[in-house]
Design a protein around this ligand. Sequence first.
Ligand code: HSE
Length: 446
Amino acid sequence: MVRPLVDGGKPGPAAPGVEVGVGLLGFGAVGSQVYRLLEEGAERIARRTGWRPTVRRIAVLDPARPRAHPLPVHLLAPDAAAVVGDPQVEVVVEVMGGLEPARTLVLEALRRGKAVVTANKRLLATHGAEVSSAAAAAQAPLAFEGAVGGAIPIVKPLRETLAADRVRVVEGILNGTTNFVLTRMTRDGWALADALAEAQRRGFAEADASEDVGGHDAAAKLAILASLAFDAAVTDADVFREGIQEVAPRDIAYARELGYVVKLLAVGRDLGEAVDVRVHPALIPQTHPLATVEEERNAILVVGERAGPLVFSGPGAGGAATAAVVVGDILDVAGRRRRGSGEAAPARRPAGVPARRPVWPVEDLVIPYYFGLQVTDRPGVFARVAAVFGEEEVSIASIVQKSRGAVADVVLLTHEAREAAVRRVVARLRAMDVVKSVDSVIRVVE
Ligand code: HSE
């Protein structure tokens, strides 16, 4: 039987703690910080939890690559398979990222009955159901708090704390880079390219910044959160995605006058027979719980039927922050593994969750829309524009001319309308001689 060595939180003599062998796959921004935390925090962790996770072996894809923190070469394994296969390694920590060889290694570790901790969002967003099923089949603990939102606790709340509730809505600002860019465009009038360059300089942009700007990073995170929240297998390919490339400073300014802020929003809704999952720029009211989330911060709004609205927020990235929750996961799975094997209790419900559910087509969305147009400034133009909306059954909530001259800016908000109808309106407006351009159509999320 495993016994915590220190009880009641009493300060005591240095506690040896129960050793747990850890194998580290990857030694980058997160992996190196996991190693440091386990080294530097060993006494505190042992005193507090009774466990002493110890890195036994490390594998990296390229040992020659220069690194911010030197590789502990005495722990370096010849390859990753040697880490997974090492009998001293009970917990495999996958922080190498990417789909392969991460997927094969994680599946192999689970097949061997090892506990797995991963912070690999791409792996879970693409192969979450497969990985979770493998964990369930082997009754091997799997944890991945670090895969979404840095140290923000969101995976465990959705997977465990709220497991009895019915979560219908998960909305988030899940990408720090784009939130930083939009904040700078909104507050300081920066151009997108300048704000993006600053985000890259500060180190939170992806290696390929189009992952951020195009919404891919947020879509992967939403797939993981929606899977947990709605008990459905959602992959990143299911998520409708639009990036912030087309958001203009003008739209941000007009939105503000109308009482909205522009965010790259990840929206997940459980509609019962289908799930609605999308990432796109959105106007959200200034009073929305996510409206004040600025700079590179992330936040997630979860609405539980019983729990009501809950907001989780914090820095969404960073090696040290992510390492903190990865080590938390190591402690969690170590306990589960020692307690759990052979017990009659059901295996933990897999997290990427096997059951697929239809995805609600974005054309069938019924929400309000914002339009930014340029039209010829002469009598009768509004009437002609309004007629198109009317004929397509899209009801106009407000229409304002924002500038004067031969060509004028016009901003328009609709009542709730079907996206398919809105798309027909756009196509028809673009064909009109009095409409010089339809610059932007942005979804409104109340
Ligand atoms: N590039 C990501 C972001 C960080 O900007 O939020 C890690 O997912």
